[in-house]
Design a protein around this ligand. Sequence first.
Ligand code: AHG
Ligand code: MN
Ligand code: MN
Ligand code: MN
Length: 333
Amino acid sequence: MNEVKTLGQFIIEKQADFPYAKGELSRLLRDIGIAAKIVNREVNKAGLMDILGQTGSTNIQGEHQQKLDIFANGQFIKALTSGGECCIVASEENEDIIVIDSPVAHNAKYIVAIDPLDGSSNIDVNVAVGSIFSIYRKINTDAPATIVDVCQPGKQQVAAGYVVYGSSTMLVYTTGKGVNGFTLDPSIGEFCLSHPNMRIPADGCIYSVNEGNYVHFPKGVKQYIKYCQVEDSTTNRPYTSRYIGSMVADLHRNLIKGGIFIYPVTAHAPQGKLRLVYECNPMAFIVEQAGGKATDGLNRIMELPVTELHQRSPIFIGSKNMVDMAERFMHDA
Ligand code: AHG
Ligand code: MN
Ligand code: MN
Ligand code: MN
């Protein structure tokens, strides 16, 4: 077993990649790692705590909030507030941005957008869930942070990552210089480097889409799904369908094995379901940095203009050649 490298050691080692940084981003990633460990602890024993089920409240998305949604949200906000490196938190679970104006954060220059718990519908049935984060630099360092600092296109992200609470718990992130994965070692309570320089295969044999919405899919998506199902041994078809309802878990599998994840517009979600700021953009940054592709079926996700915090977008993301093929069906439809 080669030498153990913790997330903290890795971050400090890589800090040399950012000559202008004076450690703030490193401390911010550390703060996120701490929150992830606390959320992991509750996820792992959720059945033994009064933390399963719904809270009875509804979030801005119109979703019934799960107790673990609220717990995770609180932990990330607490870690980001006390860490002092973040001036705004934007969360799926909060209608408006949270401006952090504590003395310790008075010259903080980073904005963090979070999906504190992704795949909430899976919590009570013990299926993998995740957390997603996206980090921007404040646009005008001399002025107080506002919603304008949050509504930046995805290509302005400084860093992005996710935690997947699965058979093991992993934290995967990028700062624009590749993608690295860390596995939580519960015996020492540290995320340890386990997947250095992650690359998504250019081709894959897995397609991930909720085919329950098939009837209302755009024509190009229907045609692409049929293409995935046709027998053709020269292109390894039919592909395998894998979809578990947690974007983080579905994308993590496809990142490692190759595959495409599609959440197109549907009758119920005419703009798409997934949120641009704290789901699509961070996952697009990671997948692009691993050599993959992420579009809305036509346009690069990270170029899409961001006009409001909870804006939604269709998303086609994963192995480059598979996204290219799906886009051809969308274009020709
Ligand atoms: P969240 O739990 O953060 O609201 O996100 C759920 C998302 C995403 O994780 C998943 O891919 C998608 O919802 C599943 O949607 P459907 O159940 O409509 O397929
Ligand atoms: Mn939700
Ligand atoms: Mn989500
Ligand atoms: Mn969520």
